[in-house]
Structure formats: structure tokens, C-alpha cells
Design a protein around this ligand. Sequence first.
Ligand code: MN
Length: 424
Amino acid sequence: MQLDPNAIADYNQSQLEGHQRKLSYWTQEVATAEPIIRKLIDFQIAIPSWALGTGGTRFGRFAGGGEPRSLEEKMADVGLLHALNQASGAISLHIPWDIPTDYDAIKGLAASYSLAFDAVNSNTFQDQPEQELSYKFGSLQHVDAAVRQQAIDHNIDVIRHGEALGSKALTVWLSDGSCFPGQLNFRKAFGRTLDSLGEIYAALPEDWKLFVEYKAFEPNFYSMTVGDWGSSFLYASKLGPKAYTLVDLGHHLPNANIEQIVSILLNEGKLGGFHFNDSKYGDDDLTAGSIKPYQLFLIFNELVDGMDARGMNHATSLGWMIDASHNVKDPLEDLLQSVEAIQLAYAQALLVDRQALEEAREANDVAQAQEILQDAFRTDVRPLVAEARRRAGGALQPLALYRQLNVRQQLIGERGAKTIATGL
Ligand SMILES: [Mn+2]
């Protein structure tokens, strides 16, 4: 479905007075308000093609209605999100769930929604129906060279799809590992995985990046061959300058200090990108900022600090992607919430008085350093984010307008109540 072009303008007009009242404090009292709004307008977060349908667990899946049935419908959903928030201007494709058949038509469709193609994602964690050899015991680490070659060929195939669409990065997440002590020779698994990644790396176009995503556990429960940021950093360092570590917020052991990991990787020039989500127990794939918003802020605090220290462009130097699943919520509502939570954390990080923070640190003034961070975190930056959206042509309150327009009911009308999107 396409939004009525006047719907956003009419809605914003109805909300304008209240919005301007809340914004006036910022424009009158805060000198940095204007540069923060401009940075927010530039900041785009890619939507994964696998997050537009209802997710499931191993216990079951409770599909919602009107889920996209094709790549074209997935792109329409992302186009809808982007029209509402003007901050979701990219889609991250998963192969083989979303193989384009007509590149020009797909590129034309993306352009019509003002969408770019972010990193493409390979899949060697499942067996596909037409596949010759099984990944039951791993892919790039497999003891059988023929299985490794099949997985390498698949990744190169994904690169070619991405090239045809204008992507600039490949994300490799491996489920490789072992479920029981003794099953795997760790040294051989590392070596084989590194060699396999090396062949994929060699097939990268000149201006591409390879993101090596790590995960602590699941589906393997004893060891993961790319299990933590240290392993990912090792692979990325050995592979070369086009390889980077990708941080998925849900892929750590409980209580990991993710902001410190981010800081160190950034400083080494090896942080490539992000998969945003939130979790309480494991790889829960919940809405960004729904469980630990302070952690999300602290991560952005390190990102802003580290990117500025290295002279990096906030909007374009790293890959910003959501990787989430929605078991009980409307996926589009959930994604609107995630994007907003990411924007709020980013805006709060931009508010931090960095000079005062450094002075407090150098003086060992622990309480003052904490006050400075919490002062930013406790500031209501929602008017700034809403103003950035309004200026970019989006809705002041995307979720409220989405509901007011009955978007989900319209999608059910178009697509049916029992459609199922490909994905997890
Ligand atoms: Mn991920």
C-alpha cells in the first residue's frame, strides 16, 4: 500500500502546536539543538528483510495478518516505515529468503521508496531444499572440504546479488560450533573457518566490507567458532583491511560490557556495524531499548566519542541495522519503536558534555562523571527526534499515525489474514 501523500502533512498540522511548545525549550535554551537535529536527519537505520513478518520460537509461531509474501511486498513495508519516520532508508537482504529475480525492477522499486540496499546476509545455518550437502555439522568449519566449498560458493553468490543491487557489504553470521565437549578440534575449526572466510574475502569487490558477526551460543551450545568479539576481531584482523567485526547486541553472555567492547573495536578501526535489538536472557531479539535503554545510551555514548575521535561520519562510517524478531507485536509497529529508541539514544549521546566528562575523569571525580552521563540520559529528547522527522518529511509521531491510518487492517485487506513471510 502507498500512504496518501497528504496524510503525514495533515497529521503533523494537527499536532504542530503541542510539538512546537515542547520544542521551544530546545531552540531557545540549548545551543546544540540545531546540530543535533541535523545529525538525526542524516542518521538512517537499515531494516532487515527477515523482520517484516511474525517471528517464532522453537515452540511455535503465531502469525499476524497481512505479512509480506514476496521481496516486493517486504520492500513496500520498509518503504512505508521510511515514509512515516524518514529514518529507515535502507533494507538489508537475506539470501536465499529474498533472492531478487529482476535486479532492475527491484532497484527501481527501491528508488521509488527512497531505499538503499544495506549489507547482504548469507545463510549457512539451514539446509535449503535443493542443497546437495548438509550444514548439520557446520559450514565454513566443516571437516569435509566439499561442504566448506559449498558454503564459500553460497557466500560469493550472495556478494554477486548484492553487487547487482548496489550493496557494499556482506554480513557473515555462522552457526558453526559444537554441542558437546570433544566434538570439535577448536584449532582445526578456527583454521578451516579462517581459510574459508579468506576465499570469500578474496571475492569481495574493491569497495566492499566483510562483517564477521559473533554470537556466544545457540544453535550450538558448547562452543561457537565465532563466539565472541575476540574471535571475530582475530578473524577480521587476519583477513585484512576490508574485514570488520559486527556487534549484535543480543549475541553476548549475560551482563557483558558491550559499550567497552564497542569502544575498543572502534579504537582499533575494526568495528564494522551493528545489529540492534534488546534482550533480557539471551538472543531474545526484542525491540531496541525495551529492556536496557541505559545500556543502549552508553553504547551510543562510546560510539559518538570514538567516531569523533577518529573523525568518522556518524551516518555513513558504520553499518546501522536492526536485527529483531517479533513474536507478539505487529512487526511494523515494533520496528517503528526500535528506530525511535535508537534515535533517542543517539540524540542523548550527542548531548553529553564531553569536555566536562573528560575533566571529571582526569580529576578522578567519579560522582561528577556519572552525573554528566545520567544528566544526558535523563533528558527528554523526544521533541528533537520528532522535529528531525518533521523536517525530513516524516510524521511527528509515526506509531500514532500508523494506528490512525489503520495500516495493518489495510495490509490484511490487500494480502489476506493468513499470509506468512519468509524468515525466522
Ligand atoms: Mn544479527
